[in-house]
Design a protein around this ligand. Sequence first.
Ligand SMILES: Nc1ncnc2c1ncn2[C@@H]1O[C@H](COP(=O)(O)OP(=O)(O)O)[C@@H](O)[C@H]1O
Ligand SMILES: [Mg+2]
Length: 367
Amino acid sequence: MADLVTDVLRRHAEDAFADELAALAAQDDRPRPERWRLSPWAVATYLLGGELPDGTVITPKYIGPRRVVEVAVTTLATDRALLLLGVPGTAKTWVSEHLAAAISGDSTLLVQGTAGTPEEAVRYGWNYARLLTAGPSREALVPSPLMRAMADGRIARVEELTRIPADVQDSLITILSEKTLPVPELGTEVQAVRGFNLIATANDRDRGVNELSSALRRRFNTVVLPLPGSLEEEVEIVTRRVEQLGRSLRLPELPRLPGGAEEIRRVVTVFRELRAGLTTDGRTKVKTPSGTLSTAEAISVVTNGMALAAHFGDGVLRAGDIAAGVIGAVVRDPAADQQVWREYVEGVVRERDGWKDFYRAARENAR
Ligand SMILES: Nc1ncnc2c1ncn2[C@@H]1O[C@H](COP(=O)(O)OP(=O)(O)O)[C@@H](O)[C@H]1O
Ligand SMILES: [Mg+2]
């Protein structure tokens, strides 16, 4: 059994970090809101990292402004829900999962928002076999993750809220304002128990797809997750996540993959320069490609590079292992982005000290 649990491809935050959460709970003597596993302070420490009085090290999950996390955690202890907003790859989903894990010990009460999300996914549905044999009854009712979170006083999550059709979004209004979910078929309701709250995520880029109604928006405190402020910060995020992912993919660890730090820095530099339209030294303007070039994509470029180096190279992560990934992330639109990339390679990469190997790899991989 134990093996099955550690062999799942991706563990939920509450399992993967069970030790840290237990240590925090044991040493946390601050007041906890009802049904919270931890105090707001301990939740923030779980997200941002720190060291406990007994020396237990809490690894940082989110790297970014402390205040952002503090406001997010505090919101969840009030009667307003939390909306995490930001461009793709700014860790909205990641932060939402860890908040739910730390507060409720359960990050799985999740509704995935899409254009096709039906009302049943937000409210409740019916088990038709039971409905036919037993008629409308508690036993025939299939609660949504939200309904379960309300009944148990836990945190529910809604991913990509703005992709959900407006009429389905509207069913959230009663839940968030009245804290109840009526079930007219049974002449009853499910009232939210203390500890219930909701974390929704939405992409900045989706704005206008299904703009939130003002009635719904009023129920949320919005917290914007920023892009990493500096090169150093982004390098740290990528390094940490690549180490963690490498472990769970059973790849050789970074220290045994010399060259890792240098290549991570290179990928992040390229991404930041193309995103900003300007080189790091502020001297050369470059064109911006159509893709987002998010931190999340940088993480996957490096992880793939590590797999290449481990399985087909000599174990050293080199420019040649990351070049194809970088090009894949940059060149999304074959016509326009290709030109942007070529100009960047010839105008910036070629001239840069110590980047000869990357220049060569970029040319070899050119499509
Ligand atoms: N500031 C950050 N701190 C920690 N990890 C980050 C940060 N920004 C991005 N990541 C990583 O990027 C990956 C993707 O983030 P995700 O939550 O899916 O983004 P979003 O939902 O905003 O599109 C996650 O693995 C996360 O660890
Ligand atoms: Mg997301």
